[in-house]
Ligand binder design. Structure first.
Ligand SMILES: [Zn+2]
Length: 485
């Protein structure tokens, strides 16, 4: 089966057929650069990192663009607060955003255009919209989009125009012919950044920038346009009206929207005060946990970002890395492998399950479920400390290859397993309030008791460790412990 993508426009999964295969053009709405970005801002880039890798593996050539909004009220306010210019604010936070992006260890966009670099394109597209009769100029030089002139307004958010009108706050405005009309260009107030235009000095409204940048960099029709679900209305609805109003051709073939993060009971929003910057998350945990946490939920579902959700993700990741670290220790013994038919067919089945899951609207939870099956099988075949047979050597090598190659699609599972596992375990121990040395000491005492056949003490120590959330494995090569759930 070929790739199916859920299209917000049709509200169903559709077979993916790009405009000019093998080329695929993707545009996602990027951040407004006035502050450090919260983790929610990276759900899209983390997900689209996979989309892009998967399309490429499927034989497409991808051009991926994410913009920076560097003209905006929030930036102007920040500049006023800090007694500086909005250029300086934007410059600073673009720099910080690039640092976060690098720390995430995902591929960078092919191009990250800024609004200020595309002022001519913005003015041109507004002119086209006016010429097409979809916009008008108010006496003060504000250019407004005439929503009722565009047949089909509301088709992306699946609302009819009267419903939309009922939902908006009606501003008292002499300028607007209709309360739904929105700004394409407005005169700047004193002290605000200003560009000259046929309608007088001013600056663009928010929505027009994406229509202008997408068409100037990718052409009139783009294959995939992405954004958070909060952008469906009004931002994307307005982008659609602008672009199709200007070009009279389809703006976007596939509209792809990702869901929110869920912080306990509340969806993430700055006003609720539960903001966490990507930077603070990566410092406290690490980028891999962030990526895994985001991707283990389907992109159209909420991500559980509660403390519990985070701990659960660390546990899941630790299970993968624990098996990988065992496999790595086997591979390092250099025993030549011998094919195990049962394992080979499991790996083949897993690869094809991962393909069909990703082809089914990027179903990442199914990808991890398929990989967990292999972990379970592998763990059942070998315990640390056992003798490495040629069969075990074969399985370890194939398992690692699978994890690395499939993980690479999501920028996961590329760390050195042993040390990365240790860092995950340390986080879990901090949460449980226990220390590695403490456990090592109890294990040593228990080994001593076992050696002197004091099984009562040995059992007591085992119980104590279990109650601390530690599981123990006695093997011919010694005792190993792991953090259980
Ligand atoms: Zn946009």
């Amino acid at each position: 089966m070929s790739l199916q993508i859920y299209n917000t426009l049709s509200k169903q999964k559709e077979t993916f057929v790009p405009m000019n295969a093998p080329q695929v053009n993707i545009y996602i709405c990027g951040p407004t650069v006035y502050d450090l970005l919260h983790i929610g801002n990276f759900r899209g880039p983390i997900f689209f990192n996979l989309v892009r890798n998967w399309l490429e593996e499927s034989g497409y050539k991808v051009k991926f663009i994410q913009n920076y909004t560097d003209v905006d009220d929030k930036i102007i306010n920040r500049a006023n607060q800090e007694n500086t210019t909005s250029e300086a604010v934007a410059e600073k936070y673009i720099h910080e955003h690039k640092k976060d992006y690098s720390a995430l260890e995902i591929r960078k966009a092919d191009h990250m255009p800024r609004v200020t670099e595309h002022m001519d394109d913005i003015i041109q597209i507004i002119q086209k919209i006016i010429e097409s009769g979809h916009a008008y100029v108010a006496p003060d030089g504000e250019v407004l989009y005439s929503v009722r002139s565009f047949n089909g307004y509301g088709k992306l958010s699946h609302k009819n125009i009267d419903e939309l009108q009922a939902g908006i706050r009606v501003e008292v405005s002499e300028k607007k012919k209709d309360p739904l009309d929105f700004t394409l260009w407005k005169p700047s107030k004193p002290g605000e950044p200003t560009w000259s235009s046929p309608w007088g000095p001013g600056r663009p409204g928010w929505h027009i920038e994406c229509s202008a940048m997408a068409s100037s960099l990718l052409g009139s029709t783009i294959d995939i346009h992405g954004g958070g679900i909060d952008l469906i209305f009004p931002h994307h609805e307005n982008e659609l009206a602008q672009s199709e109003g200007a070009t009279h051709t389809t703006f976007v073939k596939y509209w792809v929207h990702w869901n929110f993060l869920n912080f306990g009971a509340h969806k993430m929003s700055k006003s609720l005060g539960n903001v966490k910057t990507a930077r603070s998350f990566i410092e406290q945990y690490n980028a891999e946990i962030l990526k895994y946490l985001m991707l283990r939920a389907h992109y159209r579902s909420l991500v559980d970002f509660s403390e519990e959700g985070i701990q659960d993700a660390i546990h899941g990741l630790a299970r993968f890395y624990s098996a990988m670290s065992v496999a790595e220790s086997i591979v390092l013994q250099n025993v030549s492998g011998q094919e195990v038919a049962e394992f080979k067919s499991l790996i083949d089945k897993t690869r094809s399950e991962i393909k069909s899951s990703l082809d089914d609207d990027f179903n990442t939870p199914k990808v991890f479920a398929a990989l967990f099956e292999v972990v379970r099988f592998f763990n059942g075949k070998y315990k640390r400390g056992q003798k490495v047979t040629p069969q075990v050597a074969y399985m370890a090598k194939e398992f690692l290859l699978l994890m690395k190659s499939r993980g690479d699609l999501m920028s996961l599972f590329q760390h050195e397993p042993e040390s990365f596992l240790k860092s995950l375990d340390n986080m879990l121990m901090i949460k449980k309030g226990i220390k590695r040395e403490e456990i090592d000491a109890l294990i040593a005492k228990r080994v001593e008791a076992r050696n002197s056949k004091d099984f009562k003490t040995s059992d007591q120590l085992r119980d104590q460790l279990v109650s601390m959330g530690i599981s123990i494995q006695d093997t011919p090569a010694g005792t190993y412990w792991e953090i259980s759930k």
